[in-house]
Design a protein around this ligand. Structure first.
Ligand code: AP5
Ligand code: MG
Length: 193
C-alpha cells in the first residue's frame, strides 16, 4: 500500500492535485472536507453539527473527523492506498492516523506540502467562489481559514519532519507543472519502499 498526506493551506491545490494523483497511482482519495460537505448536503446529524463550524472556517472537533477517517479506511479495505487531503490538521489527528494505520501495518510514506503565498491563496479561493459558490469561500471566512491554518495546522508539518516524512513542493505554476513535481516525489517514495 502507498499512503500519502497532501498538505497545505486553503486553496493550495490539495483537491486539484489529489484527483490527478489517484488516477495515476490508483489510490483512494480521502478528503475530510468532501466527506463533511456531503454530510452537510444530506443534513445528517454530523453534517448539522459541522455546518456552523465550517461556515466560520473553524475546525471540526478531532474525535469527529478521526472517526470519519477510521470508517472510510475500513470501508475501503481493498484499496491500494490513500491520499489524505485536509487531514490531519492537528497533532492529535496526526497521531491518531499513525495509530490507525499502524494497526493495519500500512504507514504514511510521505507528507507532500504545497507551498503557496497567501495572496495567491486568496485570489484562487475568491475566483472559486464565483464558479462554485462554496459557502466558506468569502473573504472573511477565507481569512479565518488561513489564520487557523497558520496557528494550528501548520505545526503538523513539523510532526512529519521529525520522522523524515515531510516533503515540500512549490505549489505555484500550472496544475501540470505542480503535478510533475509531486509525481517525482511519489515515484521516489515508491522506489524506496
Ligand atoms: P477543506 O475542504 O479541506 O478545505 P481547505 O483546506 O480550506 O482547502 P480547499 O479545499 O479550499 O483548498 P485545496 O487546497 O483543496 O485547493 P483546491 O485544489 O480546491 O476543509 C473545509 C473545512 O472543513 C475546514 O475549514 C474545516 O472546517 C473542516 N475540516 C475539513 N477537514 C478537517 C479536519 N481534518 N479537521 C477539522 N476540520 C476539518 O484549489 C483551490 C482553487 O484554486 C480551485 O478553484 C482550483 O481550481 C484552483 N487552483 C488549483 N491549482 C491551481 C493552480 N496551480 N493555479 C491556479 N489555480 C489553481
Ligand atoms: Mg480541497
Amino acid at each position: 500500500m502507498l499512503n500519502i498526506v497532501i498538505f497545505g493551506p486553503p486553496g493550495a491545490g490539495k483537491g486539484t492535485q489529489s484527483k490527478l494523483i489517484i488516477d495515476r497511482y490508483n489510490l483512494t482519495h480521502l478528503s475530510t472536507g468532501d466527506i463533511l460537505r456531503a454530510e452537510m448536503a444530506n443534513k445528517t446529524p454530523l453534517g448539522i453539527e459541522a455546518k456552523n463550524l465550517i461556515e466560520k472556517g473553524e475546525l471540526v472537533p478531532d474525535d469527529i473527523v478521526i472517526g470519519m477517517v477510521r470508517n472510510k479506511i475500513d470501508s475501503e479495505a481493498g484499496s491500494e492506498g490513500f491520499i489524505f487531503d485536509g487531514f490531519p490538521r492537528t497533532i492529535e489527528q496526526a497521531e491518531a492516523l499513525d495509530d490507525i494505520l499502524g494497526e493495519r501495518n500500512t504507514p504514511i510514506s510521505a507528507m507532500i506540502s504545497l507551498e503557496v503565498e497567501e495572496q495567491e491563496l486568496i485570489d484562487r479561493l475568491l475566483k472559486r467562489a464565483e464558479l462554485e459558490g462554496r459557502k466558506d469561500d468569502n473573504i472573511e471566512v477565507i481569512q479565518n481559514r488561513i489564520k487557523v491554518y497558520n496557528e494550528v495546522t501548520s505545526s503538523v508539518a513539523g510532526y512529519y519532519a521529525k520522522t523524515g516524512r515531510h516533503r515540500s513542493v512549490d505549489g505555484t505554476g500550472t496544475i501540470e507543472e505542480i503535478f510533475g513535481r509531486i509525481s517525482s516525489i511519489i515515484d521516489e517514495v515508491k522506489k524506496s519502499s
